[in-house]
Design a protein around this ligand. Structure first.
Ligand SMILES: [Zn+2]
Length: 459
């Protein structure tokens, strides 16, 4: 059976996948609350003959499996939304629900493309009678960077040969380099409360410690690698000004291109926190809330992804869709749009397309900047994994904006999603038909992890 015929399955499934995708978009659920979204995915998989396996202790995570034997291919699906990004499919800011959640990271698209490909690959396995297993991974809590880290810790990915992943974005590109590794840490300081005017000498301010720690952290920034990021908020700053704060808390993210840098900077940050406690005669405890790894490259899978992105027909857009993309792009500051575009593609002359058409040349893929973090990075450290982006939002529209929510519920989003589903399907077709490809990706993975094994950021 030819690959083009297998890709046709996606065309046939197009309506069912798109309906599910818009249903998820219309009922956004934030990280940790994805009850209905996960159930909708389970339901579709069940109706197509997949076996659902639950993951103990993780209510909104599951595996939908079909087939038997090798290769065991995992497609990663997510479905969580973001708080405060509620938005209609509109070219001006108009939330469905004031301050409500919305799919500003396009995870409705992310999960639906993965699901669509799982259904198509099942169809292929069934018809061709070839050995192979397809697993759809329902992964919750991506926005809080923890779902897949917890799933790995519970052994949910055991037995897989290869993982396939993608993310909705404003450009089409295969990636070899992506995600900053990350640690999320809370620092809690404990002092002694006192009347701030009557007996300040008896008080030991936990808030002073938080502030001094922040000063120390700001000095640290000069002496870390350029690509490192340290950001914080104060999550408890005490209460009334006339009471010396007995308790205070800050929340830090440390990010860097490699996990080992994150670990080193985290150790230095902890020393700063200890110093702040010493200076203020308070006590300090810290909690690592979570952490993630950067994407571990896999050249074999990168090449395979690129090849399939080229082979599969790209979406074509109507005048109306191009107008919609242009209007959405125009709601953003032009300088910001330009800066955002440069992270993904280099435009020639005064070319100003509104939707990225074509694919970033594979020699330029390493210049694409994807500086967020994702728990998908962790999966790439336990098995070979690919990553690609497709244009689901107008060029220059960043993730985590109302514009991204609007596009994720529009036909632009759906077209980019179906394109991604076909790329997944094409890749799985190649992997099922060429066991050597699976072996080569595995060998590369083993080589790359020879000296550095995955250690869960969770204790
Ligand atoms: Zn995302």
């Amino acid at each position: 059976m030819e690959k083009t015929k297998v890709l046709k399955y996606i065309d046939n499934l197009g309506k069912e996948i798109s309906d599910l995708c818009l249903d998820i978009w219309s009922h956004p659920e934030t990280s940790g609350n994805e009850k209905e979204s996960a159930n909708k995915f389970r339901e579709v998989l069940r109706s197509h003959g997949f076996t659902i396996k639950e993951i103990p202790g993780l209510e909104h995570a599951f595996i939908g499996e079909y087939g038997s034997g090798s290769p065991v291919i995992a497609v990663l699906g997510e479905y969580d939304a973001l708080p405060g990004l509620s938005q209609k499919v509109d070219i001006k800011y108009s939330p469905v629900e004031e301050n409500g959640p919305g799919h500003g990271c396009g995870h409705n698209l992310l999960g639906s493309a993965a699901l669509g490909s799982a259904l198509a690959i099942k169809g292929y396995l069934e018809e061709s009678k070839k050995p192979g297993t397809i697993r759809f991974y329902g992964c919750p809590e991506e926005e809080t960077l923890i779902g897949k880290v917890k799933m790995i810790k519970r052994g949910a990915f055991e037995g897989c040969d290869i993982a396939l992943s993608w993310h909705p974005m404003n450009a089409n590109t295969a990636l070899r380099k992506a995600f900053l590794a990350n640690n999320s840490i809370k620092f809690r300081f404990y002092g002694i409360s006192a009347h701030a005017a009557q007996s300040p000498e008896s008080g030991r301010s936990a808030l002073d410690a938080v502030e001094l720690m922040n000063v120390g952290a700001n000095y640290l920034r000069e002496h870390v690698i350029d690509e490192a990021r340290i950001h914080y908020t104060i999550t408890n700053a005490g209460g009334a000004p006339n009471i010396v704060p007995k308790e205070a808390e800050s929340w830090y993210y440390v990010r860097a291109p490699h996990r080992k840098d994150v670990e080193e900077i985290t150790e230095r940050l902890i020393k700063i926190a200890e110093g702040a406690a010493l200076m203020t005669e308070t006590t300090m405890e810290y909690e690592i809330i979570g952490g993630t790894y950067e994407l571990l490259p896999n050249d074999i899978l990168f090449e395979l992804t690129y090849k399939n992105m080229v082979e599969v027909d790209q979406p074509e857009y109507t005048e109306e869709e191009l107008e919609f993309a242009k209007a959405l792009q125009e709601t953003l500051d032009p300088n910001m749009v330009e800066a955002e575009i440069k992270k993904f593609v280099s435009l020639e002359g005064d070319e100003k397309p509104y939707i990225h058409q074509g694919i970033v040349d594979k020699d330029k893929a390493d210049t694409v900047i994807l500086a967020g973090s994702s728990d998908s990075g962790d999966v790439s450290w336990i098995m070979p994994m690919n990553l690609f982006l497709t244009a689901t939002w107008p060029l220059g529209v960043p993730a985590h904006t109302w514009q991204a929510t609007a596009a994720s519920g529009s036909s632009l989003g759906l077209k980019g999603m179906l394109y991604a589903a076909k790329v997944f399907t094409g890749m799985a077709y190649d992997l099922i038909n060429d066991p050597q490809l699976v072996e080569a990706a595995r060998e590369e993975f083993l080589k790359r992890t020879e000296k550095r094994k995955y250690v869960s950021p969770l204790k």
